[in-house]
Design a protein around this ligand. Structure first.
Ligand SMILES: [Zn+2]
Length: 340
C-alpha cells in the first residue's frame, strides 16, 4: 500500500529544479523588505497564491513569474540564503542528492559573475554540512540571450567545476530559440569535461530534443515530454538510456500536457526509458518532490516497484563522479529495501 507518507520517507534525488523557483514565501518577504522591493502580496500565504501558476497558456507565460523572485535575488546574501534554505527544505523530505540550476546572468549587473556563482555554492555547502544532503549546482544559459552570453556562462561553469558546479544547461523560451544557436557554449563545456543537459521537448517538439542530443551533445534531456511525437528518436533515447528529467506538475502548468493522466512519462518508463522525477519549481508549481511521486502513483498509476526504479534512475543519472555515485547508490539501495 503506497501512502504519501511512505513516498515522503523514501530516499530521493532531484536533478531538475530552478533555484529562482524555490524561494520560501516568508524569505521573499524578508528580502523584499530589506531591499525595498515591492511584491504582489505581503503575507506568506497570499504571496504563495500569487506566485502559483495555475492557468498559464504556455511556457512563456509561466516564465514571467520568475521576474518576481529574481527581483529579490540580486545580492550575494540573498542567493546564499535561498540556496541554503532550498537544500534544508529538500533534506526535510528525504532528498539525499540534489542538483539545482539557475542562470548567473540574471543576477548581473548587480553582482559579478564570480559573486553570482560563489554565493549559491556557499549556501549549498553550508546546508550540505548541516543536513548531509549532497547539493550541486548547474549553470544555465538562456535561449533568449545572445549565444555569446551562453558561451560566457559555459566558461563560468567550467571555471567552477571543482567547486560544486556539475553541468551546463540551456533553459528559457524554447520555441523560436533553437539550441543549435548555442552550440559553442555546449562545445566549451563538454570540451572541458563538464556534463551537459538541455531543456527540450517542453515548449517545442522532438526536433528540439534532437538538436539537444545531436548538436549540443546533451547527456540528459530537461523534460523531453514531447519525445513520443518522434518514434525513432524515442526508441533511440530509450535504448541508449538517455535520462529524461520529467517534471509532471510543471508540464500541466505550462500546457505541455493538457491532462496529467495522459502524461507520457508512464509509457516512457514501461518502454525502459531512464525516467527521473523532479519538481522544476516548488513555488510556481506549488509542489514538492514527494507530491510529484504521489502524482506519479495516483494519476499515472506507477507501482511501488516503478517508483523505486525512478528513484534509482534519478541517482544513476546524477552528474557525480562514478566513485561518489556508486557509494551514494549503495546507501540509497539499502535504505529503499528497509523502507516499510
Ligand atoms: Zn526547467
Amino acid at each position: 500500500m503506497i501512502t504519501r507518507d511512505l513516498l515522503h520517507r523514501l530516499p530521493k534525488a532531484e536533478l531538475h529544479v530552478h533555484l529562482d523557483g524555490c524561494i520560501r514565501p516568508a524569505t521573499m518577504i524578508d528580502l523584499a523588505r530589506a531591499q525595498g522591493v515591492t511584491l504582489p502580496a505581503d503575507d506568506p500565504a497570499a504571496l504563495a497564491r500569487a506566485m502559483f501558476v495555475r492557468n498559464a497558456q504556455n511556457l512563456e507565460e509561466y516564465l514571467e513569474k520568475y521576474t518576481v523572485t529574481l527581483a529579490v535575488m540580486q545580492t550575494p546574501g540573498a542567493l546564499e540564503r535561498i540556496a541554503y534554505e532550498f537544500v534544508v527544505d529538500s533534506a526535510a523530505e528525504n532528498v539525499r542528492y540534489v542538483e539545482v540550476r539557475y542562470c548567473p546572468a540574471l543576477h548581473t549587473p548587480a553582482l559579478t559573475y564570480a559573486q553570482a556563482v560563489e554565493a549559491p555554492l556557499a549556501g549549498l555547502k553550508r546546508a550540505e554540512a548541516e543536513t548531509g544532503t549532497m547539493a550541486r549546482l548547474i549553470v544555465c544559459g538562456l535561449r533568449t540571450l545572445e549565444p555569446r552570453v551562453s558561451l560566457d556562462l559555459a566558461r563560468l561553469a567550467v571555471d567552477y567545476r571543482r567547486a560544486g558546479v556539475v553541468a551546463f544547461d540551456l533553459a528559457g523560451s524554447e520555441r523560436g530559440h533553437p539550441a543549435r544557436d548555442h552550440a559553442k557554449a555546449f562545445e566549451h563545456a563538454r570540451g572541458n569535461g563538464l556534463a551537459c543537459t538541455c531543456h527540450a521537448g517542453e515548449g517545442d517538439g522532438p526536433e528540439s530534443i534532437r538538436q539537444a542530443l545531436e548538436i549540443c551533445g546533451a547527456q540528459r534531456i530537461g523534460h523531453g515530454t514531447r519525445l513520443h511525437e518522434d518514434p525513432d528518436l524515442a526508441a533511440y533515447v530509450c535504448e541508449h538510456g538517455v535520462p529524461l528529467e520529467i517534471c509532471l506538475t510543471s508540464n500541466l502548468h505550462t500546457h505541455t500536457v493538457t491532462d496529467l493522466a495522459r502524461h507520457p512519462a508512464a509509457d516512457y518508463l514501461r518502454r525502459g526509458c531512464m525516467v527521473t522525477l523532479n519538481t522544476d519549481s516548488r513555488l510556481m508549481d506549488a509542489t514538492t518532490l514527494t507530491d510529484e511521486y504521489w502524482v506519479a502513483h495516483r494519476t499515472l498509476g506507477l507501482s511501488r516497484a516503478d517508483l523505486e526504479r525512478v528513484v534509482l534512475n534519478t541517482f544513476r543519472a546524477a552528474f557525480l563522479p562514478e566513485e561518489e555515485k556508486t557509494a551514494l547508490l549503495a546507501r540509497v539501495t539499502k535504505e529503499l529495501s528497509e523502507a516499510a
